[in-house]
Design a protein. Structure first.
Length: 197
């Protein structure tokens, strides 16, 4: 796979992670990002996933993945045992946001959080003009089959970090094919934040 064929959010995360870093991916799905990090960055990777079918796909790629629900915590990991903990397209699906982020920051030096921006202008227009739950490239599910239990915007997440005393080290705002630099809360489909305590 060529670099420009890789999902934009994966390319951004590949740029964030240093070579040889120890990485834990919470809600790693089929392991595509972990596989790229191991191959491209020689990272020491591990994942946690709840979906058994996704775990089998990870194992087929030769990845170390544990079957667990991240809402129950990361008690098996000591403090600061990873350089990075990744929650990419996961945060909006967890039930215990504070707890999951506290655990991620406990076991990792830095946490990379990526999520769909529910305030994207096309989502706003669909809700306003059609009166229906929006469908966008980053929100491809209908309300009744969506894995999302949280609906947050870039502004929401910045406010959350401020009230919880979390440091935003870097922020990236993503469109469909490139980064967004102008009014990201309105024009970005997704966002990626690098956090520390």
């Amino acid at each position: 796979m060529k670099f420009d064929e890789i999902n934009l959010d994966y390319r951004i995360i590949l740029g964030i992670i240093e070579p040889g870093a120890k990485v834990l991916d919470l809600g790693c799905g089929n392991g595509e990002l972990l596989f790229l990090l191991a191959r491209e960055k020689n990272a020491k990777v591990q994942g946690i996933e709840l979906d058994e079918a996704a775990i089998y796909k990870c194992v087929e790629k030769g990845l170390s993945v544990f079957h667990s629900d991240i809402d129950s915590g990361l008690t098996e990991y000591p403090d600061k045992s990873f350089d990075y903990v990744i929650l990419n397209q996961t945060l909006q699906q967890v039930k215990k946001i504070d707890f999951v982020l506290q655990e991620a920051l406990r076991v990792g030096e830095k946490v990379v959080v990526g999520f769909p921006n529910f305030a994207f202008f096309k989502a706003r227009c669909q809700l306003f003009f059609k009166g229906k739950s929006p469908l966008t490239p980053s929100l491809p599910f209908r309300w009744y089959d969506s894995p999302n239990v949280r609906f947050l915007s870039i502004s929401d997440f910045k406010s959350y970090c401020s009230t919880r005393g979390l440091r935003i080290l870097r922020a990236y705002y993503l469109g469909k094919k490139k980064r967004v630099n102008f009014w990201p809360n309105l024009f970005a489909l997704n966002a990626i934040f690098v956090l520390s305590q």
